[in-house]
Design a protein around this ligand. Structure first.
Ligand SMILES: [Zn+2]
Ligand SMILES: [Zn+2]
Length: 269
């Protein structure tokens, strides 16, 4: 089983209910917004982070990176390598706003950073294969395809509806609001629940997670689900901070589908 934990599911800034963007998936940290470190610590996950996938350089996706790297270094008993994937310019921004190089040099026997800036393809990290795809936000944003145990998970980061040439079993998609706010959602480079559902359908996904939700507009998760399910027939979940899911391998997913079909047949008898 592969563990997926949503740490921050809000946008554009964190609220009490929904913090800034960050998601933990089996050692990979996808984005690292404000309060990510506190949340990882409260779940005892700090030492399990071995890679970071940064989708883009907006503050709500990178605010806690320096704090997290420092804490990983502080906790390490031996040299730990952290792979960081991001669009170009990430480390320069980090240096401008933090004293990260100084921190890392101080901890040089505890932590080593491998930086992969740009559109990487088929990079093998910890048994998973990672590829980046350009999405459609107001700044350069990478969506990441992660292949694990035969299954594929795709995380969009912030994006308007766009089409990319992949297939994925699981999709985690920006879903700032519903079609009722379409104008402002599109202007700010985000997606509605409908956009997310259409993307999930196009890539043949079985499961769609909606995240990066604006709390001011969406108080009831059913508003998002009701809109998404018109366009996508798979399972749909609205992410909440601290919600955890177990992702299945490709063969387990097939088994589950087969059982569901058999159950439906039984119901008809
Ligand atoms: Zn953004
Ligand atoms: Zn964002």
């Amino acid at each position: 089983m592969y563990e997926l934990v949503f740490l921050g599911t809000g946008c554009p800034n964190g609220t009490k209910r929904r913090g800034e963007a960050s998601i933990f998936f089996d050692g990979l940290l996808m984005d690292c917004g404000d309060e990510c470190v506190d949340k990882l610590a409260s779940l005892n996950l700090i030492n399990r982070v071995d890679s970071m996938l940064i989708t883009h350089l907006h503050k709500d996706h990178i605010a806690d990176v320096a704090a997290l790297l420092s804490l990983i270094a502080l906790n390490s008993t031996e040299l730990k390598t952290i792979n960081i994937f991001s669009p170009p310019g990430f480390f320069k921004i980090l240096e401008e706003h933090t004293n990260i190089s100084k921190i890392l040099s101080y901890f040089s026997e505890k932590i080593s950073i491998e930086l992969h800036e740009g559109l990487i393809k088929n990079k093998c990290i910890g048994g998973k294969i990672i590829s980046a795809y350009e999405m459609n936000h107001n700044v350069e944003d990478y969506g990441y395809l992660i292949e694990f145990d035969g299954a594929k998970l795709f995380y969009t980061g912030d994006t308007r509806k766009c089409t990319i040439p992949i297939k994925a079993d699981y999709v985690i998609h920006d879903s700032m609001s519903t079609e009722s706010e379409k104008g402002i959602v599109e202007d700010t480079g985000h997606s509605t629940a409908k956009d997310a559902a259409l993307f999930a359908r196009e890539v043949d996904a079985s499961v769609l997670f909606l995240t990066h939700i604006n709390d001011n507009w969406i108080s009831d998760n059913n508003e998002l689900i009701d809109e998404a399910k018109i366009h996508f027939r798979g399972e749909i979940y609205v992410a909440e901070d601290f919600a955890g899911f177990s992702l299945k391998s490709k063969s387990e997913l097939h088994l589950k589908l087969r059982n569901e079909v058999q159950d439906r047949k039984k119901d008809r008898v």
